[in-house]
Design a protein. Structure first.
Length: 272
């Protein structure tokens, strides 16, 4: 409190800014040991095929149990990116998700892993990806990497080389939150994505401007030969309309919330 009093004396720091800075420093410090203290874990949410109604993939979503609190990835991923911890954390996610998926009884289900652009741009990313594939024994075709344009990548050439290197290993690349990034359309021109995940905001606005935007996105996806996924599907009505429009896969609370690995069994087709 002495520190706070002194800082507010300077006049720049009001309580709100102080709290925000304090929170960032606490989380930043906490992230240093999150892996070694076993505070990180994954939950999985299914992506459902519109035609068959079966699970096409599970998206791994990171959770952090820290000091009695569940901190949202929306809050801690940007901090991990700013503090240089995203590579380490991202590799923990990738290897944990691939090791788990390699052991699933239903080998027709893929695993979707979110990857930060910062991590993707690391020089050793491809080397680490190869290691994870080799160690886990996961068939590369079962791995999908979801990339969000949350950070502007200034080296487009490098980004495109990394994406091509991933694809040459038969691992698929999805553009996440499509339509909200810095330059979604020019990204499509430069990078060869396999899947487009249409951002939740458009599914939310299906009754107004969402529908024409989704229809336009489906046309673009068709031109580029990309599979389409709608995220944030919450109602039966949305699901029905998105299927009728021709969206390939649907994901959202209407089908399932993200769950711990132990409860995924009911989704698996054990006949395969
Ligand atoms: P995302 O990749 O776009 O993931 C979708 C988010 O929407 C998830 O939030 C999911 O729980 C939530 N969601 C799913 N269905 C619905 C729905 O029907 N309605 C609503 N309102 N929300 C739904 P979550 O798990 O909090 O993750 C937020 C974001 O954090 C992710 O967005 C992703 O950008 C990032 N993230 C999560 N895990 C990782 C990770 O392992 N690595 C990286 N780099 N980023 C991650
Ligand atoms: Mg995602
Ligand atoms: Mg998304
Ligand atoms: Mg999103």
């Amino acid at each position: 409190h002495e520190k706070r009093r002194k800082l507010s004396h300077v006049g720049i720091f009001n309580d709100t800014i102080f709290d925000a800075v304090h929170r960032e420093l606490t989380l930043r410090e906490g992230l240093r040991n999150a892996i070694s203290k076993n505070q990180l874990y994954l939950v999985y949410q299914p992506l459902i095929c519109s035609v068959t109604g079966k699970v096409w993939s599970f998206e791994a979503l990171l959770r952090w149990h820290f000091e009695g609190e569940e901190v949202s990835p929306v809050d801690f991923i940007p901090i991990a990116e700013r503090s240089g911890r995203i590579n380490e954390i991202g590799m923990w996610v990738l290897s944990t998700a691939c090791n788990n998926a390699a052991n699933w009884v239903d080998k027709s289900v893929a695993i979707s892993v979110n990857v930060s652009v910062i991590q993707l741009m690391e020089d050793n990313f491809i080397e680490q990806l190869d290691k994870v594939l080799a160690t886990s024994g996961l068939a590369p075709e079962r791995l999908h990497l979801e990339v969000t344009e949350s950070v502007f990548a200034d080296n487009k050439q490098k980004l495109s080389e990394q994406v091509n290197a991933i694809k040459s290993r038969q691992v698929a690349v999805s553009i996440d939150d499509f339509g909200t990034g810095f330059s979604s359309l020019s990204q499509l021109q430069l990078l060869h994505f396999d899947h487009i995940k249409i951002d939740r905001s458009f599914i939310n606005n299906l009754d107004s401007t969402g529908e024409p935007i989704i229809r336009a996105t489906l046309l673009i996806a068709g031109e580029f030969g990309c599979k389409t996924i709608a995220e944030g599907v919450e109602t039966e009505n949305q699901a029905t309309r998105l299927k009728a429009m021709g969206v390939d896969c649907l994901q959202g609370y209407y089908y399932a919330r993200p769950e711990r690995e132990e409860s995924l069994g009911r989704w698996f087709d054990t006949e395969k």
